[in-house]
Ligand binder design. Structure first.
Ligand code: SF4
Length: 365
């Protein structure tokens, strides 16, 4: 068994740690690129959402490198994601690939026993004893928390850094060097080292950077290729960003969902505008927009793939939040036809607007 998985932000770093510690064979697909998207789009239904197409591209690239088993996460409510696994299995079978799928889903949906069975399948080829397997899982969870912490810190501090580009350089260096760590212990040490490095980045406290919250559909906000590296672009502009939806957030949400104690604050903030779970992460998007305003952010950017049903609903609600709270929100819809020039122009125009609003407020103080 040679395991692979679709790319989604920093997930590959935690997955690498898990499989290294379990001692199972795995293939990390090449980083998502135009080639993955073109390959996935070629074989996927045209009207299918972007994440599906990119994932198909990732799988085929991994299969070409010897993978025979795919791990994916399960449904996030009543939207197409719930059907991804079945559809992807059928599609790959039709293309002549014989892949096994292991779907990791919420214990609330499939039951704890079934979740444990599926997790057990992942470690079938491992020689570790039970205790070491459990340790490997816990280490991988720690790694995903740490790498998300590095990323969040770097992206937020980018607005305050005295030496332009330092946070971005450290973030990229951290991710690149993470691939040289071949067990959980060294990976954790490596990530902690970069948290320490970010903690001593020279800051210019006289700066009043623009602060933007990134909200929207979980895959497109997390996977940088799918959003045309928006967070990197904003770092280059000297903007501080924050994003709640991360792989570590997802893990925490998965674990807490059976208790209904998950993301209580976001649910509370969304209540006035969208009190129901309507699929995907639409409710989170609404709650995050309200939260970003309350936390003093200057604006929010919602990103979602063309045709994403839950996010179309949140897009319809966001103008009301924007009006009620005098809080600018930009919506960007991405698909395989998105042109970078027009996309960047819209981001720059939004940043201009936020700057003028901020200068106006500061000049009145
Ligand atoms: S949340 Fe949107 S993009 Fe993601 S699977 Fe569902 S419909 Fe597709």
């Amino acid at each position: 068994m040679k395991i692979t998985f679709p790319h989604m932000g920093n997930v590959y770093i935690a997955a690498k740690t898990l499989f290294d510690d379990l001692g199972v064979e795995y293939v990390i697909p090449p980083q998502t690129s135009k080639a993955s998207l073109e390959l996935g789009s070629l074989h996927s239904p045209e009207e299918m959402c972007l994440p599906f197409k990119i994932m198909i591209g990732n799988y085929i690239h991994a299969i070409e490198n010897g993978a025979d088993t795919v791990i994916i996460t399960g449904s996030c409510g009543p939207c197409r994601f719930g059907e991804y696994c079945e559809l992807q299995m059928n599609l790959l079978n039709r293309l002549g690939y014989n892949l096994d799928f292991i779907v990791i889903d919420s214990p609330g949906d499939i039951g704890l026993k079934e979740l444990v069975t599926r997790l057990g399948k992942v470690s079938t080829g491992s020689m570790c004893n039970r205790m070491d397997k459990l340790k490997a899982v816990l280490t991988a969870v720690k790694v995903v928390n740490l790498i998300d912490e590095v990323e969040a810190k770097a992206r937020y501090l980018a607005g305050f850094e005295a030496n332009k580009g330092e946070c971005k350089k450290l973030l990229n260096e951290c991710k690149n060097k993470a691939m040289d760590c071949n067990n959980g212990k060294t990976m954790i040490e490596h990530l902690k080292k970069y948290i320490d490095k970010l903690n001593v980045v020279k800051l210019d406290h006289s700066k009043e950077p623009i602060k933007i919250s990134i909200i929207g559909e979980i895959y497109t906000v997390i996977e940088p290729f799918s959003n045309l590296y928006i967070e990197d672009k904003l770092m280059d502009y000297g903007i501080s960003t924050k994003r709640t939806l991360t792989p570590s957030w997802w893990v925490k949400n998965l674990v807490l969902s059976p208790t209904n104690m998950n993301q209580l604050e976001i649910k509370r903030k969304a209540k006035e505008y969208l009190p129901y779970m309507i699929g995907g992460h639409a409710r989170e998007c609404i709650g995050e927009a309200v939260l970003a305003h309350e936390e003093g952010f200057d604006g929010a950017i919602q990103i979602f793939p063309m045709g994403c049903m839950p996010e179309i609903v949140s897009k319809a609600i966001l103008p009301k939040i924007s009006k009620d709270k005098d809080f600018p929100i930009l919506t960007l819809v991405v698909d395989e036809m998105t042109g970078e020039a027009g996309y960047v122009t819209r981001i720059e125009a939004f940043v201009d607007l936020l700057e003028r609003r901020k200068n106006h407020v500061l000049s009145r103080c």
